[in-house]
Structure formats: C-alpha cells, structure tokens
Design a protein around this ligand. Structure first.
Ligand SMILES: Cc1cc2nc3c(=O)[nH]c(=O)nc-3n(C[C@H](O)[C@H](O)[C@H](O)COP(=O)(O)OP(=O)(O)OC[C@H]3O[C@@H](n4cnc5c(N)ncnc54)[C@H](O)[C@@H]3O)c2cc1C
Length: 354
C-alpha cells in the first residue's frame, strides 16, 4: 500500500527495538518512503527464541483465531516481501496434526465440520501412521512458521550495508530521552523493555515467560507439526523445535531445569519410542510482551506527544498479527488516521495521558 503519496515531505523515524515488532515497523515505514533509523540494545528478545509458528485455529475452543484470514494474508505478503528483498527463506507452510486428547474433543471437532462452522475451512480429520491416537486426529491447513531469527539477522545486515534511507545502530532509548535531535518521530517497539515506561501511561505489558527446546536432526522427521497441546515443529535441518511453556511469575529469561523433561514427556503417549534428553541440542527462554486482552497496542498515545507511537503487545501470536499491526501503524502515521478501536493503545480505562 502506498500511503506516502498523501504526504508532502519524507519524515525521519527512530524505530526502537530490533525484534519482530521493530523490524516490521521499520520495513513498513521504509517501504512507504520514509527515512528510518533502527536502534537496538542487543538485549535478549522474545523474537530470538520464538518458534515463529502461525496457526489460524485456536485448539482450545476449536475456532478461528482473531481475523485469521486477513492476518494470514497480510503476513504472507509481508514475509514474502522480506524474502524478495533479502534473498532468504523465512515463510514455511507446514500443516499441524492435532491428536485428540479424548472422545469429547474429537466429537467437538467433528461437530465443527458437520455444521460448516467458520473454522471448518481450515480443518479436516486425518489418520496418521506411526502415531498413537486412540481418539483420532485432525489436521490444520494454512499453518506454518517463519524463521524469525534469520529474518532479523538478514534485515539488520542489510540496514548496515548502506541501504538508502535506512540506518541501523546499537544503543538504547527510553521515554526519558524524549524526541532525539534530527528525527521527527519515535516508534517504540521495545517489547518487555518498554514495561516501565508504558506503565506511566497506564498501559500494561505483561511479560509472559516461555521456554522452547531445539532437537537434533533425526528426532522428528514427519512433514507436519505434531500438536498434543505441546507441539513438535520440524525444521529444515531434520531437527525440530519443541514447546512451549507459559508462565506469568518469572520475570527474566532463565530456563528451568524441570521444563526439559516435562516438555519431552508430553509426547510419551503419542510417540513410540518417545523423545529423550539426548535429542536436545538447546533449551532457551524468553519473555513474550503480552497485553491484557491479547490484542497488540498500535499507534499514537496522545496529541500532545504526536511524535511518539508504539507497536507492542504482540504476545503469543506476533508472527501472525505483527505484519497487519505494522501496516496499520504506518497507515496511522502517514495519513493522520486515529488508532483502530481494538488495538488503540488508549483502549483500557487505566490509560492515563502524561
Ligand atoms: C518461547 C517462546 C516461543 C514463542 N513462539 C512463538 C510462535 O511460535 N509464534 C509466534 O507468533 N510468536 C511466538 N512467540 C512470541 C513472539 O516471540 C513475540 O510475539 C514477538 O517476538 C515479540 O516481538 P517484539 O519485537 O515485540 O519483542 P522482542 O523480540 O523482545 O524485541 C524487543 C527488542 O527491543 C530491544 N530493546 C529493549 N529495550 C530497549 C531499549 N531501551 N533501547 C533499545 N532497544 C531495546 C531488545 O534488544 C529487543 O531486541 C514466542 C515467544 C517465546 C518467548
């Protein structure tokens, strides 16, 4: 989309954060013809740990996730654009096979198909050899994963290589620094790094601790993601990612020793032989920047500080919802449109203009 045509002058933006949110915002602004300086502190970010999966279906209620088709469409277009620009491969389409935990869940899944529920365009029933699935299994199409670390590395390298209107710098920024000299606006995409500053505005970013394992080649070689509530995602090198955990009471990126055996044993009932500790190459943790209603925060916070806007709260589904959020951010900034209701940073009563 070309928002740039409605603006007379090119603006210079400082995008703070080199994770997924900052990178999506930087690319979208730059595509729209703006000048971008992206700054990152090199802190451990969620995007470096994420498995990068996208899935249009919520397994808990067997419904489509929020605006699934539109988010997916914008996401694919965006990541393919990065591929064309940077020459990497980031977008991988991989179906998910969900093993039903009990007869009632299998009946619910069948019911969705029988009634032609909106979710039924993504799902089907399947039989899969080599899995123990006494209650059956279903398959989700339209799912997959994005190689987020590769995308971030390639983007940063490209910014550093002297690309026109793009600059990459290492460093920090916080609210106390205000609008730096020489830039027209700041896009704050610091993930959990923005918790304290956004709390001053009454905006709540809740750090959600998550752990994920990387398994060695040979541990999972089927061409689908196996989901038993925990998931096993095949990787191009023949290895796999296995995750994830969700905890609200851990405020740093530490890994817990007890997580490793518990993640592996989640597949004991389904896989024969099961997974074991020798299969594990890496165990990592990160903090997802989550919002109270699972919608991102996108846009300006106040008229008084028009130079300041945020892209945060990408939560557990950053890969799917991030691209449309970034597109919407740029639409707001370049056309002076107000934030959308559902993602307005001021949508909670706790919001407080500073
Ligand atoms: C274990 C785990 C598994 C996940 N799996 C998936 C998945 O399968 N699919 C999915 O869609 N999502 C997944 N997520 C969520 C996903 O990681 C997030 O939605 C997304 O990466 C958030 O991106 P972000 O840019 O907002 O934050 P981050 O990636 O945390 O980036 C924030 C950046 O800001 C920088 N920064 C912080 N403070 C400052 C400062 N003061 N100055 C300058 N820079 C600063 C940091 O250095 C960092 O690079 C997972 C997360 C975890 C932890």
């Amino acid at each position: 989309m070309n928002w740039a045509s409605s603006k007379a002058e090119v603006a210079r933006w400082l995008v703070v954060g080199g994770g997924l949110a900052g990178t999506l915002a930087a690319e979208a602004l730059w595509r729209a013809g703006e000048e971008v300086v992206q700054r990152d502190a090199g802190k451990p970010g969620a995007s470096r740990v994420a498995a990068g999966m996208f899935n249009p279906v919520s397994f808990r209620r067997i419904v489509e996730v929020w605006d699934a088709a539109e988010h997916r469409e914008v996401a694919e277009r965006t990541y393919r654009r990065f591929e064309a620009l940077l020459g990497g491969r980031y977008w991988h389409e991989v179906p998910v096979v969900r093993v039903f935990p009990n007869a009632a869940y299998a009946a619910d899944w069948q019911g969705r198909l029988n009634e032609g529920h909106a979710v039924s365009k993504w799902i089907e029933l399947v039989e899969v050899d080599g899995l123990r699935a006494p209650h059956g299994a279903g398959r989700v199409n339209g799912s997959g994963w994005v190689d987020v670390p590769a995308l971030l590395d390639d983007w940063a390298a490209w910014c550093r290589s002297g690309a026109e209107r793009l600059q990459w710098e290492e460093g920090t920024w916080s609210w106390a620094d205000g609008l730096p000299v020489g830039v027209d606006g700041v896009v704050d995409a610091r993930g959990v790094g923005a918790v304290a500053d956004l709390a001053k505005w009454g905006i709540q970013i809740n750090p959600n601790h998550g752990e994920v394992l990387t398994l060695r080649p040979g541990s999972w070689s089927q061409p689908f993601t196996l989901n038993v509530n925990k998931w096993l995602l095949p990787q191009p090198d023949g290895g796999a990612r296995l995750g994830a955990t969700y905890a609200w009471n851990i405020a740093d990126e530490r890994t817990l020793p007890a997580t490793l055996p518990s993640l592996l044993s989640a597949f004991d009932d389904v896989l024969q032989p099961g997974l074991n500790e020798e299969d594990v190459a890496e165990h990592r943790a990160g903090l997802r920047p989550a919002s109270p209603d699972r919608r991102p925060f996108v846009g300006r916070l106040s008229e008084r500080h028009r130079w300041y806007c945020i892209l945060n709260g990408l939560g557990t589904r950053g890969v799917l919802v991030g691209p449309r959020a970034a597109q919407d951010l740029v639409r707001q900034l370049l056309t002076d449109a107000p934030p959308r209701d559902l993602t307005n940073p001021a949508r909670f009563r706790s919001f407080n203009e500073i």
